[in-house]
Unconditional design. Structure first.
Length: 381
């Protein structure tokens, strides 16, 4: 690589990661427009972990990011098999592409495979959303994020709790460290998803027609998402969640993940008398349509980590259908209530959901720029 340039390979595998990566890709473009050196060259490698038909050319155009340089099409298998195949394929890609940094996001199998592939061939890893912990190691995501953090060179934290978690694991916040040694550097940057909420919130509000398409009135419906195996693979938990949806009085709009839809179908086949009256199961929606639904809901019921934060970003109370969360500040500020899958707790939380207090940890909408600045300042040109 020329001495006046830096090459980055960004590894992603699911739509939320592309949205986060979009904020950094946009920041890279801004940097290159404003500065002659160092020029930053980014190549996106898509593992294919989550197939999403909505990720068409229009999606990438809306995000303002280049289409992936390659899609490895590795999906639909167990965690070990998937991560192993990704590791093999990504190592080959990194050897061929010779990046100066490998940039990974979040906590998926793609995240871990990208980090391990890079670390084993001595390419420094930068991890966006470092330091998040649910403290529940039965979650595959928790294993992925812990291992990724401990092989990363640059750790980009979205919250103070994330910085504290790393410190407790022996990774101190030492920004004077030399990234070209074995040191690790923790950088508090704010949240790239907050960047995305600012950029795409108004675009969605003005451009999406989903409320008219579904004949919805703002603040007169609740929005639900359920996809985690702990909820979908346990018939009792899934049944309890669906029962709660029927009792929250407001219509529940439920974009259903194909896997979740299959599990609901299995429940109904066991109980043919069961009907869903209050809940509208709809097909998965586009990114901008999802934002429009979030921004206009009365409350959001979800087991997604990202949607919990998006609820706060858009000023909507959230009920989290899990027993723990990585985003503890949303609970502490009163925006988010943890209910697990208990129907009574879900109903009570949904009916009493109200806005909470201000959270001052997510930055100012420029987290993507701080990622780019750190990648430059912590790299020896």
């Amino acid at each position: 690589m020329a001495s006046d340039s830096i090459k980055i390979v960004t590894v992603v595998g699911a739509r939320p990661q592309f949205i986060k990566a979009a904020m950094v890709s946009r920041a890279i473009v801004r940097h290159n427009e404003r500065h002659k050196t160092p020029k930053i060259i980014e190549e996106i490698v898509h593992t294919g972990q989550h197939y999403d038909s909505a990720m068409s050319e229009v999606f990438f155009k809306d995000m303002g990011i280049p289409k992936p340089a390659i899609n490895l099409n590795i999906n639909s298998s167990g965690h070990g098999d998937m991560t192993g195949r990704m590791l093999i394929a990504l190592e080959k890609q990194l050897i061929d592409r010779k990046p100066d940094w490998v940039l990974v996001y979040g906590d998926t199998n793609s995240t871990l495979a990208g980090a391990l592939a890079a670390a084993k061939i001595h390419i420094p890893v930068a991890h966006v959303e470092a330091g998040l912990r649910s403290f529940n190691k039965s979650m595959p995501e928790e294993i992925n994020r812990i291992l990724t953090d401990h092989v990363s060179t640059l750790l980009f934290c979205p919250t103070r709790a994330a910085v504290d978690n790393l410190k407790n694991e022996g990774i101190p916040n030492d920004q004077k460290a030399n990234c070209n040694s074995r040191s690790q550097v923790v950088v508090s940057i704010g949240d790239v998803m907050y960047d995305a909420a600012i950029v795409f919130g108004e675009i969605a509000e003005n451009g999406s027609t989903i409320l008219n398409d579904l004949n919805l009135v703002p603040r007169e419906y609740m929005l639900a998402t359920v996809h985690r195996p702990e909820n979908t693979d346990d018939p009792e938990r899934l049944q309890s969640i669906l029962t709660a949806f029927e009792r929250v009085k407001s219509p529940v709009i439920f974009p259903v993940h194909p896997r979740t839809k299959e599990k609901i179908g299995q429940l109904q086949s066991r109980n043919p008398q069961q009907e869903i009256f209050n809940t509208r199961l709809i097909e998965p929606v586009s990114f901008l349509d999802m934002i429009k639904l979030e921004r206009n809901a009365r409350a959001i019921l979800t087991d997604s980590g990202g949607v919990q934060k998006e609820a706060y970003f858009h000023g909507i109370p959230c009920v989290t259908l899990r027993d723990e969360t990585e985003w503890v500040e949303t609970v502490e500020a009163g925006w988010n209530t943890l209910t697990g899958a208990n129907a009574e707790n879900i109903v009570e939380a949904a009916l009493s959901a109200r806005p909470g207090g201000k959270i001052d940890q997510y930055g100012d909408g420029h987290a993507g720029d701080r990622v780019v600045e750190s990648l430059i300042s912590h790299f020896k040109l």
